[in-house]
Design a protein around this ligand. Structure first.
Ligand code: AMP
Ligand code: GLY
Length: 424
């Protein structure tokens, strides 16, 4: 089989490595991929948002299956375009990807179907948004409705900060049209859990839970990033909470999407907060998380490609989805300066890895056989071990052997999880 994976980061590298385990796969293409994954697939210089070119390539090369990993092409309707040409693809169609593409949509969906989430109001009129903030007071959360590279959320501790965020989104158009509608919502407190799930629109199978570390610096300080590291499983996600989530969030969401005529197939990502009133949805993503995927997929014992195809074919209920009971930790190595300005082009030397270790490359290119940094987040160093403590320690041990002068990583990935979990 010939498989194309659309996207180019560490998440895509993890997906590609896992798909390679299926013996019927002859060749994997990454569109566009990055130089660090050249040993695992063929790189095709077509960007993830160049939908027409992607479709043309997949038709010409007679692709058997396409995995669409990032949000943009899903929200723009790549899965629909591929299916029109008879090429099956992993991921939701455009009408279902809106669950991530529009927060106004997803919040209304949750309200209509009683799915627990923060109380909110949606605004297209700036003055009304500003008066609402005055009425509600702080802390309060302001969100651009559309896609904003994970940067469209401001958790404001003061009324002034919240109003400034609204003005930046609605008046200054900081996120373009994505901010012309804003959602203003109640501030919630509690530990956050990421639960990725496979679904064919009938059955929903949660993957092992994980914990992201979104801030750039230790102790959750500094700016928000795409994610500086992850651990799995997430110790806050107990069996009792998992049951509540299945009954009040996961199944109701799948049913709600069906009821709206927007059947969701692919990976539905539930960003949850475990509040004192129970688990609530912070956000939905219509795709695998990054860097959650880098700790979740190494724990998957079943065949990824078989599961992905089952979500497309509607046969997920009959398909084995089994996770190991081990733990995983991913430490992101980013370019100094990220998520603000950073320089690229620094040489990277990777250490030899053992069987339970992986380095997924997120932002690098090959030049004269040398690996050079070419992005904000550059590497995801992963270790899988019997206990979370060992996974964290070993991920840092491997990270210390990476030679990359311009790199930095957080030193406390997994620390909070270990405090919850005790010694293992
Ligand atoms: P999102 O992009 O919607 O996941 O939001 C980014 C981050 O903002 C989340 O991971 C939370 O840490 C925080 N956040 C979002 N919504 C809320 C809320 N209602 N209350 C408190 N924090 C929030
Ligand atoms: N790590 C968060 C996300 O992928 O949206």
């Amino acid at each position: 089989m010939k498989i194309a994976v659309v996207g180019g980061g560490g998440r895509e590298h993890a997906i590609i490595k896992k798909i390679k385990e299926n013996s019927s796969v002859e060749k994997i293409y990454a569109l566009p991929g990055n130089g660090g994954m050249a040993g695992d697939c063929e790189l095709v210089p077509i960007g993830a948002k160049e939908l027409d070119k992607i479709v043309e390539f997949c038709v010409n090369e007679k692709m058997d299956y396409v995995v669409v990993a990032p949000d943009d092409p899903l929200v723009l309707g790549l899965v629909d375009l591929l299916e029109e040409k008879g090429i099956p693809a992993f991921g939701p169609k455009k009408d279902a990807a809106i669950i991530e593409g529009s927060k106004a949509f997803s919040k209304d969906l949750m309200k209509k179907y009683n799915i627990p989430t923060a109380k909110f109001e949606t605004f297209t009129d700036m003055d009304k948004a500003l008066s609402y903030i005055d009425m509600m007071g702080a802390p309060i959360v302001v969100k651009a409705s559309g896609l904003a590279l994970g940067k469209g959320v401001v958790v404001a501790m003061t009324v002034e900060e919240a109003k400034e965020a609204v003005k930046e989104m609605m008046l200054d158009k900081k996120f373009g049209e994505s901010g012309s509608t804003v959602v203003i919502e109640e501030f919630l407190e509690g530990p956050e859990v990421s639960v990725l799930s496979f679904t064919d629109g009938k059955t929903v199978v949660p993957m092992v839970s994980s914990m992201d570390h979104k801030r750039a610096l230790d102790n959750d300080e500094g700016l928000n990033t795409g994610g500086m590291g992850t651990v799995a499983p997430n110790p806050y996600y107990t069996a009792d909470i998992a049951k509540v989530c299945m009954d009040t969030i996961f199944l109701p969401t799948i049913n709600a999407m069906n009821a709206e005529g927007r059947t969701f197939k692919g990976c539905l990502y539930f960003g949850l907060m475990i509040t004192k009133d129970g688990p609530k949805v912070i956000e939905y993503n219509s795709r695998f998380g990054d860097p959650e995927t880098q700790v979740v997929l190494p724990l998957l014992e079943s065949d990824l490609l078989t599961i992905m195809k089952a979500t497309t074919d509607g046969t997920l209920a009959e398909t084995e989805v089994k996770f190991s009971d081990k733990s995983a930790c991913c430490v992101i190595v980013a370019s100094k300066g990220y998520p603000k300005k950073y320089e690229s082009g620094f040489e990277i030397e990777l250490p030899e890895l053992k069987e339970n270790e992986e380095i997924y490359v997120a932002g690098a290119k090959l030049s004269d056989g040398k690996l050079l940094s070419a992005g904000g987040r550059v590497l995801g160093v992963v270790s899988v071990n019997d206990t979370l403590k060992e996974a964290v320690e070993n991920a840092y041990m491997v990270t210390s052997k990476v030679r990359f002068e311009n790199g930095y990583s957080r030193k406390d990935i997994g620390r909070r999880a270990l405090l919850v979990k005790g010694d293992n």
